[in-house]
Design a protein. Structure first.
Ligand code: GAP
Length: 444
């Protein structure tokens, strides 16, 4: 199979697995879905929450100089005027009059010819603003127009002063937020990679401009380290793209890209945004957002270093890296090949970390009690239906790193068999040691 076909096949398999096992499926599917919107099912929402928690733990809880924020999705529309989104956040689009396909002009080699049908009948390029509009209040007119936020960072800038005063943080310090963002993407594609509703995890770090480049380098290194050490991304799965064309206010910018099944794509941006954001919000709100440096008797407009990552893209990256198939001979007489699907997910983000499986339904009560005692410490699941082999397969497919089998011997020796997803090795562990054993193995 050619590389392109292989990659498409991998993407199709990930999409199918996500649907079959309740990770991610189209929103409003019984009504035919809604382009660019995705629902996260039971395993997907667990995994998403685990990624969020990991990011929050690393970026906020483990740091004395980063505070959290949970702002509204809809805010005063002037915010988006000040940020430039209302005037500049748009793409130039052209439509094919014949086959109705729509394209971003900057992504076309030749905007006079339709790449799909070859027609030369293209509409004049038009601007499409990516902000999603709504109305706030009882009247649906221009005066009541508001917007769903297009990025989670703008409320961070708007609330900068309140957070600084409330926490008495001194420069340098950061404010982080996780939440939904909305963009009227013209061409949602590649599963959840480009959606219209998605979750961002952003951190804005405020510092003295003199130290801007130092902090930019610091955060770049921190974020790369996070992907390598916390999510286990290997060298050849990740690369850094250095922006040469910068926004007029920016001093430096890099993207962390990963190898999705469709090719390299952006996962996170680390940007040195200068004083642009706070200056604009000062100008539009009439409030002075400068920081008062009491120690040095001066006022300054803080410089901002941003780390911005999509949660949906993190999950897609993890699934792309984790998906694996192994061929195993079946027990059946014809010995046809059977495919074992495995998600090699890191334990920290696996939707289920431990599955408890009784060897026989006769052991149901003891096994279930064991499961209940484990469930308090790990994301766990109990499964008693089907053969042990089938149950292992089910767990492999959703990325469960450890399966525990409670068997008849367990009744006598108070020990269980722990099976490792990746090595398939089995170890006998005493129930009293189980929690310790699993914590060490999972490194959590
Ligand atoms: N505050 C800066 C900002 O929003 P961005 O590059 O537009 O920068 C940051 O977005 C991150 O948000 C991206 O790296 C990506 O992970 C995620 N993201 C952006 N647009 C997305 C979309 N349409 N669907 C899914 N994730 C998206």
């Amino acid at each position: 199979m050619a590389d392109e076909e292989k990659n498409q096949a991998l993407m199709d398999k990930i999409v199918a697995l996500c649907k079959r096992r309740g990770f991610v499926f189209p929103s409003s599917e019984i009504y035919g879905g809604f382009n660019g919107f995705w629902d996260y099912g039971p395993y997907g929402s667990r995994m998403k929450r685990a990624i969020e928690n990991l990011w929050w733990h690393e970026m906020v809880e483990m740091r004395d100089n980063v505070e959290g924020l949970d702002s509204t999705i809809i805010c005063n529309p002037t915010v988006w005027k000040a940020s430039g989104h209302l005037d500049q956040f748009s793409d130039l689009m052209t439509d094919c009059k014949k086959c109705k396909a729509r394209y971003r002009v900057d992504q076309m080699e030749d905007p006079t010819t339709c790449p799909a049908c070859g027609s030369k009948e293209m509409t004049e390029p038009r601007e499409f603003n990516l902000m999603m509009k709504t109305f706030v209040g009882p009247v649906f007119d221009d005066e009541h127009v508001a917007y769903l936020r297009a990025e989670t960072c703008q409320p961070i800038f708007v609330d900068f002063h309140s957070v600084q005063v409330a926490t008495r943080q001194k420069l340098p310090f950061g404010i982080a937020q996780i939440g939904k963002s909305f963009r009227n993407e013209i061409n949602p594609r590649n599963f959840t990679f480009r959606s219209r509703e998605f979750t961002q995890m952003e951190m804005e770090f405020f510092c003295d401009g003199e130290e801007g480049m130092k902090w930019f380098e610091y955060w770049k290194e921190q974020r790369i380290k996070y992907y390598r050490e916390k999510l286990g991304f290997p060298e050849d799965f990740m690369r850094i793209y250095v922006h040469e064309k910068l926004a007029h206010y920016a001093h430096a910018a890099i993207d962390i890209e990963v190898k999705y099944p469709f090719g390299w794509g952006e996962l996170e941006g680390v940007h040195h945004r200068g004083t642009w954001d706070l200056s604009r919000h000062s100008e539009f709100s009439g409030q002075d957002l400068q920081y008062i440096d009491h120690d040095n008797h001066r006022k300054l407009m803080p410089t901002v270093i941003e780390t911005s990552v999509g949660l949906d893209r993190t999950m897609l990256a993890l699934l792309s890296l984790a998906y694996d198939e192994e061929k195993a001979a079946t027990q059946k007489a014809d010995m046809e090949e059977d495919t074992r699907v495995i998600l090699h997910l890191p334990a920290a983000v696996a939707p289920i970390q431990v599955a408890v499986l009784p060897q026989s339904k006769k052991l149901k009560e003891n096994a279930y009690n064991l499961y209940k005692s484990i469930d308090r410490h790990f994301r766990s699941e109990y499964d008693e239906t089907g053969s042990i082999g089938k149950r292992y397969r089910r767990q492999d497919e959703i990325g469960t790193p450890y399966c525990i089998t409670f068997d008849f011997d367990s009744l006598n020796d108070n020990a269980v068999t722990v099976r490792d997803r990746d090595t398939m090795q089995q170890e006998r562990v005493n129930v009293t040691q189980l929690r310790d054993y699993l914590e060490k193995k999972m490194d959590i």
